[in-house]
Design a protein around this ligand. Structure first.
Ligand code: CAA
Length: 243
């Protein structure tokens, strides 16, 4: 019998990432969920979902190499990488500190290189791989208070297209998903008056649910999606429709 596919989901113990870990587990994957520091949430996710959890800073190349080696030693080669980990440090540019800029660029963008670089050679050797990068509506359209986040999330899309081209002949697909405002802790941190204004601009009339994003990830991870690569799937309730 073929071995179960192995998936690594960064930021996989909370928010959208937790829903992705759960979906992939249900679909029969062995799942490793990365997390930065919240041990309580990580242990709860491990118990609840039956996933391996692995701690490290995705903004640090050495941490990513170590975490991937640990996962591959425990579960086998990684077939599917979901680059989901992300943070916000919202501030208008005229108030943004260099630390707020750098933290978001490292965690949300450098991470995509740090993780992908450490799995790509194995995927190429084996002739199969799926990389799914979580971008954002705000990387597509820009957002007040998010010059750092929007720059990183737009960078994720450029990275996705380039790596898709480089690896298309090797059975590897690389795609991005650009979620809109999803009902997570990250979005509930937006001041209520601002969030109300944002939700009033969503044609579907509500926030998205984490599992709605997770279902799309499961499809892009599957064998059925082999002809889709380099794409950005916009999932935002109609809030923004790039051409
Ligand atoms: N949409 C519409 N208006 C916005 C806005 C937004 N996203 N963000 C700020 N504004 C408006 C405010 O309502 C306010 O308007 P008024 O002057 O008419 O009241 C004006 O801009 C200035 O805002 P603040 O008074 O809040 O200014 P501040 O300097 O105290 O704070 C801020 C600025 C930190 C950017 C704060 O407004 C904020 O947190 N905004 C939300 C930014 C945001 O959308 N973040 C998304 C986080 S979720 C995420 O990132 C996930 C994802 O991928 C979608």
């Amino acid at each position: 019998m073929a071995r179960a596919r192995v998936a690594f989901v960064t930021g996989g113990t909370r928010g959208i990432g937790k829903a992705i870990s759960a979906r992939l587990r249900t679909a029969g994957y062995q799942v490793a969920a990365g997390y930065a520091g919240n041990d309580v949430a990580a242990n709860a996710a491990a118990d609840e979902l039956g996933v391996m959890v692995v701690k490290g800073n995705v903004g640090n190349f050495g941490d990513c190499a170590r975490a991937i080696a640990e996962v591959e030693a425990a579960l086998g080669p990684i077939d599917t990488l979901v680059n989901n980990a992300g943070i916000t440090r919202d501030a208008m540019l005229h108030k943004m500190t260099p630390e707020q800029w750098n933290e978001v660029i490292y965690v949300n963008l450098a991470s995509i290189f740090n993780m992908s670089r450490n799995v790509i050679e194995g995927m190429r050797d084996r002739g199969f791989g799926r990389i799914i990068n979580i971008s954002s509506i705000n990387g597509q359209k820009g957002q007040m208070g998010q010059a750092n986040y929007a720059a990183a999330k737009a960078g994720v899309i450029g990275f996705t297209k380039s790596i898709a081209m480089e690896n298309a002949k090797k059975g590897i697909t690389v795609n991005a998903i650009a979620p809109g405002y999803i009902d997570t802790e990250m979005v509930s941190a937006v001041p209520k008056d601002v969030l109300d204004k944002i939700v009033s601009g969503i044609p579907v009339g509500r926030l998205g649910m984490a599992d709605e994003i997770a279902r799309a990830v499961a499809f892009l991870a599957s064998e059925d999606s082999g002809f889709i690569t380099g794409s950005t799937l916009t999932m935002n309730g109609g809030q923004y429709m790039p051409s």
